[in-house]
Design a protein around this ligand. Structure first.
Ligand SMILES: Nc1ncnc2c1ncn2[C@@H]1O[C@H](COP(=O)(O)OP(=O)(O)O)[C@@H](O)[C@H]1O
Ligand SMILES: [Mg+2]
Length: 225
C-alpha cells in the first residue's frame, strides 16, 4: 500500500525527514510515533500528497506521487480517509449532515448519502447522536463523527494524525478500538501518536521517528518483516 525509498523532506534549512525507507502492506495497522517535531505530520501529509518529498520516491496505492498527474490527484485522495486531532466539523450542520455531505460531493443521492452516513455513525458508535450539532457533542463524539465522515468515500487507506490527542485516556482507547475494527474490515491504517500508552494498549507494528529518521521498529514489526 505504501513504499518510501530514501524520502527526504526539507523546509529551507530544516530537514523534517531524512532518508526514510519503509513499506506498509495492504491491510496493516501501523503506528507512527516519535516526539513532537520528529516528522510524523510531515510524513502523513506526503502520503496524501499535500506535499511532495524534496528527494526520494513515494508510492501510495500504486501511484508514484512525484509523477501523479495533477488531474488524477482528486481520485487518488478519495481512496484515502483523513482524521486529525480536531474533527473540524461544520458548526451549523448536525452530525449526520456533516457526514452525509461527503456522499453528495461524491455524487450519491440525498437519501443514499444519509443512509450511508447513518451506517457509518453506527459503526463509530455515535448513531444515537446523529441529530446533534457539533457544539452539543463531546470531544470523543466529535472525533467519532469525523471518523465516520472520513469513511464515506470507502477509503482503502486511513491516515490519522494524533486523532486522540484531545481525548482523555479512556476515550482515546475506545477510539483506538474503532480504528482497529475498521482495520479488521480491510482498511489499511496509519495512525500517528506520541502517546506510548496507546501503542502499548494495542500492540501493533510501530514506526518510530526521531529527528526525521526512522529509528527503529518494535519487536512485533521485526517479527513481521
Ligand atoms: N511548513 C513547514 N515549514 C517549516 N518547517 C516545518 C513545516 N512543517 C514542519 N516543519 C518542521 O519539520 C519538523 C517536523 O515537524 P512535524 O512533521 O510537524 O513533526 P511532528 O508531527 O512529529 O510533531 C519540525 O522541525 C517542524 O518545525
Ligand atoms: Mg504532528
Amino acid at each position: 500500500m505504501i513504499r518510501a525509498f530514501h524520502v527526504t523532506k526539507r523546509y529551507g534549512d530544516v530537514v523534517a525527514l531524512r532518508d526514510v525507507n519503509l513499506q506498509i502492506r495492504p491491510g496493516e495497522f501501523v503506528f507512527l510515533t516519535g516526539a513532537s517535531g520528529a516528522g510524523k505530520t510531515t510524513l502523513l501529509r506526503m502520503l496524501y500528497r499535500a506535499s511532495l518529498p524534496t528527494s526520494g520516491q513515494l508510492i501510495v496505492d500504486g501511484h508514484n506521487l512525484a509523477t501523479l498527474p495533477r488531474r488524477q490527484v482528486p481520485a487518488f485522495r478519495r481512496r484515502i480517509g483523513l482524521v486529525f486531532q480536531d474533527a473540524r466539523l461544520i458548526e451549523d450542520r448536525s452530525a449526520i449532515e456533516n457526514v452525509a455531505f461527503v456522499g453528495r460531493v461524491l455524487g450519491l443521492s440525498r437519501a443514499e448519502s444519509r443512509r450511508r452516513a447513518m451506517e457509518l455513525l453506527e459503526l463509530t458508535g455515535v448513531d444515537h447522536r446523529a441529530q446533534q450539532y457539533p457544539a452539543q457533542l463531546s470531544g470523543g463524539e466529535q472525533q467519532r463523527t469525523g471518523l465516520a465522515r472520513a469513511l464515506m468515500s470507502a477509503p482503502v487507506l486511513l491516515l490519522a494524525d494524533e486523532p486522540t490527542g484531545n481525548l482523555d485516556p479512556d476515550t482515546a482507547i475506545e477510539m483506538l478500538r474503532i480504528f482497529r475494527a475498521i482495520n479488521r474490515r480491510g482498511t489499511t491504517v496509519v495512525l500517528a501518536t506520541h502517546d506510548p500508552d496507546l501503542i502499548a494498549a494495542l500492540g501493533r507494528r510501530t514506526l518510530i521517528l526521531e529527528q526525521g529518521r526512522i529509528r527503529s521498529l518494535s519487536r512485533h514489526a521485526v517479527e513481521q518483516e
